[in-house]
Design a protein around this ligand. Structure first.
Ligand code: ADP
Ligand code: ASP
Ligand code: MG
Length: 415
């Protein structure tokens, strides 16, 4: 019997009517004689509400007790969806991470799954039941609850699909698939029929929260047949797939534009320029468990240099403390921080075979007088940091500059 994993996000679980609607989607696949495992997120806004409670009482983000609190939203959703299914005459059993045995490391708030025991799920499927798993949560070696990072229910779904060798994993959300840009920012954004894994990994890491990056990495590693679809509108959605020779024929230079408002920048200025300064700064940052994204070191002038780097907004306070300490030790002139920035990125595997992407991007931004603060590139993406107030405008401008709103846009004329 084919096995399908379906995941419903926060908006899809947003209220009782929507949960009943999600139940009908589940039943729609069950009656086609499929085995079904459903993964659910907390009702929209619930994880933020729970996190806020934890922070208000003095809790911190990456903490055992905080994880216990913020994991509960998914428990409620799993119970509610199971009741909705039972009431329609389909036997459903809700399960939490410790019942499935989703084992993770002990990085509270951002844990990684290292194993899933499929036995308990299989037992229920064999009894013809629909299994409804609470997403976002795991258990560590000591049996404590962990959470998988924001958006982590996607990863629960894909990891379960991989463990069960599912025929398909459908991520149901509030848009009709993966688009050429965030449709809430760019109204002209277009649904893509397919996105390559390489591109999707970049998109997810550059702010397209439609799939959590770890879910894409998991799907790529274990070759999960992954789709993003709408809970509310019937349609083909988007398939996330490996590229093949035929696909390459019609590759676009740029296939999407992403916007990330979650970064902040720090500058350590006037550092005496000598070997080892970058190592000193970034080892201290890494020792504190913080992840640095972009780094720029200016050419030194009269023996002094400036170092600028970005971290996520939630890590800014900690990173600033570290930078101030190390700045003192290195006799730096000053340490500055700025959280009013956004990262705008153009992404596409077609960049490998085309030139002119960077110049198109820089000209489009300059035409609108948007200053580029930092730049970083990889084989298939270019990112620019701009002032936060320009985030949406810059995203729309680049979407237009690469003709992404038009089907068969052929933005590859620089071949
Ligand atoms: P869920 O609660 O279902 O997990 P999320 O809010 O995590 O949903 O992700 C869906 C949202 O991702 C969409 O509503 C959309 O605003 C945003 N998004 C950002 N970039 C993209 C993109 N390129 N394609 C589709 N959606 C995107
Ligand atoms: N509820 C969690 C969050 O809001 C996980 C998820 O929605 O995937 O981040
Ligand atoms: Mg999500």
């Amino acid at each position: 019997m084919p096995l399908i994993v379906q995941k419903f996000g926060g908006t899809s679980m947003g209220n009782i009517e929507r949960i009943k609607h999600a139940a009908m989607r589940v039943i729609g696949e069950k009656i086609k004689n499929n085995e079904i495992v459903v993964v659910v997120s907390a009702m929209s806004g619930e994880t933020n509400r729970l996190l806020d409670l934890a922070l208000q009482i003095g809790g911190s983000h990456n903490n055992l007790a905080t994880d216990m609190i913020i994991s509960t939203g998914e428990q409620v959703s799993a119970g509610l969806l199971s009741i909705a299914l039972n009431n329609k005459g389909y036997e459903a059993v809700p399960m939490l991470a410790h019942q499935v045995k989703i084992k993770t490391d002990g990085s509270y708030g951002n844990a990684r799954i290292f194993s899933i025991d499929i036995e308990n799920i299989k037992k229920e499927l064999d009894k013809n039941k629909i299994v409804v798993v609470a997403g976002f949560q795991g258990i560590d070696d000591s049996g404590y609850i962990t959470t998988l990072g924001r958006g982590g229910s996607d990863t629960t779904a894909v990891a379960i699909a991989a463990a069960l060798n599912a025929d398909r994993c459908d991520i149901f959300t509030d848009v009709e698939g993966v688009y050429t840009s965030d449709p809430s920012i760019v109204p002209e954004a277009r649904r893509l029929d397919k996105v390559y894994f390489d591109e999707m990994i970049e998109m997810s890491s550059l702010g397209a929260k439609v799939l959590q990056i770890r879910s894409v990495e998991f799907a790529m590693k274990y070759k999960v047949n992954l789709f993003v679809k709408s809970t509310f509108v019937d349609g083909p959605g988007t398939q996330i797939k490996f590229s093949s020779k035929e696909d390459n024929m019609e590759e676009l230079q740029v296939s999407s534009v992403a916007c990330d408002k979650d970064e902040a920048k720090l500058s350590i200025r006037g550092i005496p320029d000598k070997p080892g300064i970058a190592a000193a700064i970034f080892s201290s940052i890494a020792d504190a468990g913080l992840v640095v994204d972009m780094i720029i070191q200016n050419i030194s002038v009269e023996g002094f240099t400036d170092l600028t780097f970005t971290v996520t907004k939630k890590d800014l306070k900690k990173a600033l403390e570290i930078a101030q300490n190390i700045g003192k030790q290195l006799n730096a002139k000053e340490v500055l921080s700025d959280d009013k920035i956004a990262k705008i990125s153009a992404i596409g595997v077609g960049m490998r075979n085309h030139f002119g992407t960077a110049s198109t991007m820089f000209s489009a931004l300059s035409k609108e007088n948007i200053n580029i603060i930092m730049i970083s590139t990889s084989e298939i993406k270019i990112s620019c940091i701009v002032e936060l107030k320009y985030a949406e405008l810059a995203t729309r401008i680049l979407h237009e500059a690469f003709n992404l709103g038009l089907k068969n846009n052929g933005n590859c004329n620089n071949k």
